[in-house]
Every structure is written in structure tokens, then in C-alpha cells.
Design a binder for this molecule. Structure first.
Ligand code: PDD
Length: 279
């Protein structure tokens, strides 16, 4: 497989330095971009978010959005990716370990491809989730490499036979360990506002566009665990999980364990979006 590191297309056994600040501090940001039938999906939005995340931690992106898209297309071609993802990681660069930002280093940029089919069975049947305390930092809007809180909660979900951990901070449902969370109540879609407590998901934005076009109310409000558990429908969104129904939370059925009608409608419109929208 061919990967891209700091300006060169190289073999996937190429190493990065132990002095990379991403390794030592998680001092960097990342993106996961979807590829459907060898075509990038919402890539502009992903790379704009990468540049924003980098700026928030005072890393200057070495490439423009258009340049990132060119690199991705080259990797898709080289690695003959049909359905898959591209992982993009931008760190502050190599420096002798010191908490303070180094002033004389160049960022390290890494892109590689994965093959990944759509999770069709789960999309049709729905998945189980658990609720758990949101133990992450207060800048969840930055897509930071520091994912300890997320991975600990995801592991807890899997250990408990579920696919996702719905995180709750001070009684408020924020988002999943690797997804945004939505409820449907009285035909309205409700999700946490896009502030520092969640990542403003690209799939979330697509859902907002679809809801607007379909005339379905899309409201950004905070809600608590009781409202979550009383919802008519619950679903999550992410680049890899798309519009994924949640049919069980903490062992209790949502919508009698069935995928609800609004979730199904969004899924079908999302499918159309995949076909019609390219980078
Ligand atoms: N995760 N919230 C969190 C904490 C996430 O990690 C993700 C995505 C999302 C959804 O964002 P988007 O729709 O832009 O993928 C929300 C990616 C896929 C990951 O870490 O693998």
C-alpha cells in the first residue's frame, strides 16, 4: 500500500520519528474521510474542519483543502480503493520532548487509505448503546488525537455488548464516543448544539441539510437521559456509521426495538446524497 508522509508517496513500512509530538503528547489533529466507489464524500467539509482544528491549537496546515483532496485522489488511485476511508493526521512535528510548543519545527502530515464496506446489516437492524459519563476535556469541537476518554467509553460499550457509548456530561447527553447522537420526539429531530462539548460532525451537517430539505424540524437543544430514554427514535451519525439506528439503550428497547420511520427516511435520503454528492 502507498501512504503519504510529508510531501512524498511512500511505502506503508515507512516509519515516523519517536520525537513526533503526536506520539509523545497527542499533539495533533485528524480526520476520517469516506470514499464511496472511488469517490471522496464531503471531503471539502472534512479538510476545512482539519484546518480549523489545527488553527485552534496553533498548528499551520501545510496544505490547502484543494491540495488535500488531490493527495486523497492520488492515494485512492494508487491503492485502488473502491469503498473505504482515508485517515489524515497532522501533528505539530518532531521535537525533543518538552511541553512548550517548539518554534523551529515543521508539522508532520500523514494520509493513508483503508478498505471499508458500508455496515449494511447494522443500518437495517440498528445497534445497542449504553449511557456513560462523558469524561473528556472541554474542547470536544477540536478533532484532537487525544482520544483516551472516547476509547475508554467505547471499550466500556463493547464490553457490555453494545456498539456505542452515549456520553452524558452534568446530566446532559452530549454525543457518542465516536458519533453524534440524535433523538426523534413528536416528529422533530433534536441534537446537542454544536459547541465545545461536541464535535460538529460532517454527517450531522448532512442530516441537517436533509431535514431542512424534507421539511422535518431539526432542533439544536440540550436534553437529559430521561428525554433520551423517552424518545420515539434514537440514531447516531458518523462518517463510517452513516445514519445508524439505536434500538436499545442500557438494555431497554427504543421504539420497541424497531428502526423508526424518520430514521428510515433520513437513511434513504442519505443514500441518495451519497450518489449525488462528490468532493
Ligand atoms: N469519528 N463525534 C465524535 C467524538 C467523533 O469521533 C465522530 C467521528 C463524530 C462524527 O463526525 P463525522 O460525522 O464528521 O464523522 C462525532 C470518526 C469517524 C473516527 O474517529 O473514526
Amino acid at each position: 500500500m502507498v501512504i503519504f508522509i510529508n510531501g512524498s508517496y511512500v511505502s506503508d513500512d515507512t516509519k515516523i520519528s519517536y520525537n513526533d509530538r503526536g506520539i509523545q503528547f497527542g499533539d495533533g489533529v485528524y480526520e476520517v474521510v469516506r470514499v464511496y466507489h472511488s469517490t471522496l464524500f464531503t471531503a471539502t467539509e472534512h479538510f476545512e474542519r482539519l484546518v480549523r482544528s489545527a488553527n485552534e491549537i496553533e498548528i499551520t496546515s501545510p496544505y490547502s483543502v484543494e491540495e488535500y483532496i488531490e493527495i486523497c485522489n492520488q492515494l485512492i488511485k494508487e491503492n485502488e480503493i473502491d469503498n473505504g476511508t482515508i485517515y489524515v493526521q497532522l501533528t505539530r512535528g518532531d521535537a525533543v520532548r518538552n511541553h512548550t510548543y517548539p518554534t523551529d519545527t515543521q508539522p508532520n502530515i500523514l494520509l493513508y487509505t483503508n478498505t471499508a464496506e458500508r455496515p449494511m446489516q447494522d443500518l437495517q437492524q440498528g445497534v445497542k448503546a449504553i449511557t456513560t459519563e462523558d469524561i473528556r476535556w472541554l474542547r470536544c469541537d477540536i478533532k484532537s488525537l487525544n482520544l483516551l476518554g472516547n476509547i475508554m467509553n467505547k471499550q466500556k460499550a463493547v464490553t457490555n455488548g453494545a456498539k456505542e457509548a452515549i456520553q452524558i456530561r452534568n446530566g446532559i447527553v452530549t454525543e457518542g464516543a465516536s458519533s453524534n447522537i440524535f433523538i426523534v420526539k413528536d416528529d422533530k429531530i433534536i441534537t446537542h448544539p454544536a459547541n465545545n462539548f461536541i464535535l460538529n460532525g460532517i454527517t450531522r451537517r448532512v442530516i441537517k441539510q436533509i431535514a431542512d430539505a424534507e421539511g422535518i424540524a431539526f432542533e439544536e437543544f440540550t436534553f437529559d437521559e430521561k428525554v433520551l430514554k423517552d424518545a420515539d427514535e434514537v440514531f447516531l451519525t458518523s462518517t463510517t456509521q452513516e445514519v445508524m439506528p439505536i434500538t436499545e439503550i442500557d438494555g431497554e428497547n427504543v421504539n420497541q426495538g424497531q428502526v423508526g420511520p424518520i430514521t428510515k427516511r433520513l437513511q434513504s435520503k442519505f443514500d441518495e446524497h451519497i450518489i449525488t454528492n462528490h468532493a
